[in-house]
Design a protein around this ligand. Structure first.
Ligand SMILES: *Cc1c(COP(=O)(O)O)cnc(C)c1O
Length: 395
């Protein structure tokens, strides 16, 4: 018999009753270091006092009003994002996949209004993840996500990851946009080299193609800069943000330049909940904290500490781990053992991690992680690796 909850997840036999900072607690009191953060969502950890205060203050005043009215909390968060980024304008959503939908619509509408309605094709990359809506699965295009869900939305071209020559050849007079994650998350924590992002920007400029960065997972301070693309010194025309931006409250944002957004006039897009006062009040507090240069320094410092320890962890356990990848606190351990076995061994050792493609173990701790918590995480990962090695010897 089918479960009451649609069984689309392989769920771990763990459930939590409370959280504080980087820690989650089960009903029996067992505590886990959370190196998944709800998949990069709880950027400030669990129950951050400033977020609890922002949420409860707003909850006592006003939760929801329609976007047919002016929403001051939304205007404030949009102005903050415009101030801090390349963007001139922002549309708020409740999730990452909704930002993919708008990015696709906005890019196509731009060329349509520009007298080039034939420019509809969007170039995307193998291993990408842009969400689960029909548009977003067509964009990512992997067999695993699209099988059985056809007919898919047409107009996507898929290229091998970071293949510059293939990219040049793939951009034609029918190309609308290129969509890419500056650091692939689900695809196995694969940072696109700065040179490739620069080259991509040049090709897009030369051909009038819009550049869309999907920073849903790698944005909001996760790499040690407010947005990952800042490391490469290039900016997109359109950027998708979600996950960390709400710190646990469902919130997403589509950022764009005035030019890229020029076709999106009144009546072309909307959302019932997107940009509601509750989400935006929390989002403004999250952004205020993360955008502080001292906070980003902290992310880089803890990342450096963690990376050092991870290198030696890999060296000590060559039959479990093959290498470290990633930047800031979006890190991956390429595994020799099966990554899902390492995740399970982590559960036993009291640390939560997340599997990704390419047999990678994802480490996405809260950005508020302390150095001593990082040290504790390393010793728990060490214990997990030892348990796996022992199990292999016995078998
Ligand atoms: C999670 C994710 C999405 C989809 O976000 P949802 O909020 O799950 O819809 C899109 N792009 C990337 C890179 C993601 O990691």
């Amino acid at each position: 018999m089918i479960s009451a909850v649609l069984p689309t997840y392989n769920r771990a036999p763990l459930s939590f009753v409370s959280g504080a900072g980087a820690w989650l607690t089960e009903a029996d009191g067992r505590r886990f270091l959370d190196f998944g953060s709800g998949i990069a969502v709880n950027a400030l950890g669990h129950a951050h006092p400033a977020l609890v205060a922002a949420l409860t203050e707003q909850a006592g005043r006003l939760w929801h009003v329609s976007n047919i009215y002016t929403i001051p909390e939304q205007e404030r968060l949009a102005a903050m994002l415009v101030d801090l980024t390349f963007a001139d304008t922002v549309f708020f959503t409740n999730s990452g996949t909704e930002t993919a939908e708008l990015a696709i619509k906005m890019a196509r509408k731009f060329h349509y209004e520009n007298g080039q309605p034939e420019r509809v094709n969007i170039v995307a990359f193998e291993g990408a993840f842009h969400g689960r809506s029909t548009g977003a699965i067509a964009a990512a295009g992997s067999e695993k996500m699209v099988k059985g869900f056809g007919p898919l939305m047409p107009g996507f071209v898929h290229l091998k990851w970071a293949d510059h020559e293939a990219l040049k050849a793939a951009i034609t007079d029918q190309t609308c946009a290129v969509i890419i994650e500056p650091v692939q998350g689900e695809g196995g924590i694969r940072p696109v080299p700065d040179q490739c992002l620069k080259g991509l920007r040049e090709i897009c400029d030369a051909t009038g193609t819009l550049l869309i960065f999907d920073e849903v997972q790698c944005g909001m301070g996760r790499t040690g800069r407010l947005f990952a693309h800042e490391w490469a010194g290039v900016t997109p025309d359109i950027m998708m943000v979600a996950k960390g931006i709400g710190g646990g409250f469902p919130l997403g944002a589509l950022l764009a330049t005035e030019r890229a957004a020029s076709g999106m006039v009144a009546g072309t897009h909307g959302s019932t909940y997107g940009g509601n006062p509750l989400g935006c009040a929390v989002g403004a507090k999250v952004l205020e904290i993360i955008a502080d240069p001292a906070f980003l320094d902290h992310v880089n410092r803890v990342s450096g500490h963690l990376l050092q320890g991870l290198d030696s962890l890999v060296a000590r356990h060559p039959t479990v781990f093959a290498g470290v990848r990633g930047v800031g606190l979006i890190l991956g351990l390429k595994c020799v053992a099966t990554n899902t076995d390492v995740v399970k061994a982590g559960y036993d050792a009291g640390i939560l991690t997340v599997a990704a493609a390419d047999n990678v173990l994802r480490l996405l701790p809260p950005l508020t992680l302390t150095e001593s918590e990082a040290t504790e995480a390393l010793s728990r990962l060490d214990a997990a690796a030892i348990a796996l090695e022992t199990a292999t010897k016995v078998a």
